[in-house]
Design a protein around this ligand. Structure first.
Ligand code: ADP
Ligand code: ZN
Length: 524
């Protein structure tokens, strides 16, 4: 290694100590930093909390000239700039929150050569005015945070990011460092392509978050499941993600009634309200924040102990990113996904109805992968990491499947009960109604319809509602039953149900697991 590199390394370590108080680099940081210092375009894939910011902040301090940081979130920018300023690093941001005067002041201090890092919102960056100004300076590095937003293949494509491909034309001699915590293989390649990165150095950090234990339950009465899970957490704080604002409001109220200190967060609330919720959560005054995906990016709370998905996310990347907000301090943390085939059918319908032709295929593929994750019966961590091409040789021992392996059993009789019940009920086949009939409930609708006279009435009364719900989910998963979204999501039989009903075929299922085992400990 050349002496120059050694001095760069020494300078970098010095800056790390001086400005951040750390003695050594974490895995991957120095590799990325040294590539950048050697003028190479660099892509850094590191899990949330892995320490991506240092990968551009240190070069910003070591190199002469200005480092531009493109970042999608105003709050995140403000946070970082404030932290840097507290550490004595001159940094500023330009985004839509600033007045003209404030903006002018920043241009002036840029001119004075005072500022080392300038954070910019992507929509600002490509304004002619900005580009003209900035081209007067000696740009030493361009950092693009949340770089997956540049790719159509990513789960969070942003129109403003697309134009960042021009940066290479404007600044051909300035290295680019792109950073992300969530990009599948196709997205990784697309980031390099979209940003026109030349001969890039790619650092692919391990995606594993071994302290997070992954749990999945078939969703049945999601609210009850959330409450009992939260109660198992001994007062520790966490986030409950929901698929819609209405669900956030609804679940928040119910949890508050159940005595859990919590509040809701979504984009329908005012800035003040959102900030207030975030702050109370940071100060541990709220145990739980119930939220849409709007909550999280940029939340600097390291002791989030659990993340629950009340509704299945639309992609594995979202799931990974959202669960990744738990346990950033490295202490044991829990993730729980409540999965319901009906939610899945609903999401597919949304995608089919809402997506443009080019988005349709991408979003379907992403959701299919999420569904495959939820329905797989092998180590969750292996499936998850596999998706990011980060292979784990052995089952992890710290997920529900590893700790409580599915017990397969001959479920032919149970399947026949459900299938014949659906067959006899014809079109009155919402999952809950099928369960009500199987369990022999004497509710009004059943009596009125005389469904209590069916031969399948009450044949399943020895098992719980939740048990039958789980069996139905598995029948859907195995393709014997489908959810007809054109008819309010009722259950219908597929052709493949026939041989089971006739007793010509048998079927195996996993014994329903109805709650997260409180007895099993996070192994981390
Ligand atoms: P990311 O952007 O990858 O999610 P951050 O850059 O926010 O992660 O870093 C996560 C945490 O790790 C921060 O609190 C940061 O100060 C800390 N950190 C980063 N690098 C180091 C290091 N070399 N030594 C100790 N702590 C570090
Ligand atoms: Zn496992």
């Amino acid at each position: 290694m050349s002496t120059e590199l050694n001095t760069l390394q020494e300078k970098s370590l010095h800056a790390l100590k001086q400005s951040f108080g750390y003695d050594s680099f974490r895995e991957g940081q120095w590799e990325a930093i040294s590539a950048v210092l050697n003028q190479r375009d660099t892509l850094v894939l590191m899990p949330t909390g892995g320490g991506k910011s240092i990968c551009y902040q240190i070069p910003a301090l070591v190199l002469e000239g200005l480092t531009l940081v493109v970042s999608p979130l105003i709050s995140l920018m403000q946070d970082q700039v404030q932290q840097l300023s507290e550490q004595g690093v001159k940094a500023a941001y330009l985004n839509s929150s600033l007045s003209k005067e404030e903006e002018q002041r920043i241009y002036k201090s840029l001119g004075d050569g005072d500022i080392r890092l300038l954070y910019v919102a992507p929509e600002k960056l490509l304004r002619h005015y900005f580009l003209q100004h900035i081209s007067e300076f000696d740009l030493s590095l361009i950092a693009i945070d949340e770089a997956h937003c540049v790719s159509h293949w990513g789960h969070d494509f942003r129109q403003d990011y697309r134009a960042l491909g021009q940066l290479k034309n404007n600044f051909p001699n300035t290295p680019i460092i792109a950073l992300t915590a969530t990009a599948d293989t196709a997205t990784q390649a697309d980031i390099l392509h979209q940003l026109n990165m030349h001969d890039p150095f790619v650092y692919r950090g391990g995606f594993d978050r071994p302290n997070i234990r992954y749990n999945l339950l078939s969703k049945y009465k999601g609210f009850d499941q959330v409450v009992s899970f939260v109660e198992q957490q001994g007062g520790n704080g966490g986030i409950v993600y929901c698929g819609s604002r209405a669900k956030v409001d609804d679940l928040t109220l119910k949890l508050q009634h159940a005595g859990i200190p919590c509040d809701g967060y979504h984009a329908g609330k005012s800035n003040d309200e959102r900030e207030d919720v975030q702050n109370r959560f940071l100060r541990d005054e709220l145990q739980v924040v119930v939220a849409t995906v709007a909550f999280g990016m940029g939340i600097n709370k390291s002791n989030v102990r659990f993340v629950v998905h009340h509704d299945v996310p639309r992609s594995v990347e979202s799931f990974y990113q959202e669960t990744g907000r738990a346990g950033r301090d490295g202490m044991p943390a829990e993730a729980l996904l409540l999965y319901d085939e009906r939610d899945a059918a609903r999401i597919k319908k949304w995608i089919a109805d809402g997506a443009t032709p080019e988005r349709f295929q991408i979003e379907m593929q992403k959701f299919d992968a999420m569904q495959a994750f939820a329905e797989s019966q092998t180590c969750r961590r292996q499936v998850l990491l596999n998706y990011f091409s980060d292979y784990l040789g052995e089952p992890c021992g710290n997920c529900d499947i590893c700790q409580d392996p599915p017990k397969m059993f001959d479920a032919t009789r149970q399947a026949q009960m459900v299938l014949s019940c659906i067959y006899r009920l014809k079109s009155d086949t919402s999952a809950q109604y099928v369960i009500d009939v199987l369990r022999g409930k004497s509710i009004r609708k059943i009596i009125d319809n005389q469904h209590n006279l069916l031969s399948t009435y009450a044949i399943g009364k020895t098992e719980s509602d939740n048990y039958w719900h789980n069996i139905i989910q598995q029948l859907i998963h195995q393709g014997l039953v489908y959810i007809d979204m054109t008819r309010n999501g009722i259950l219908q039989l597929n052709e493949s149900a026939r041989p089971i009903l006739k007793g010509e075929k048998t079927i195996e299922m996993a014994l329903p697991r109805l709650s997260v085992s409180a007895a099993k400990k996070n192994k981390y």
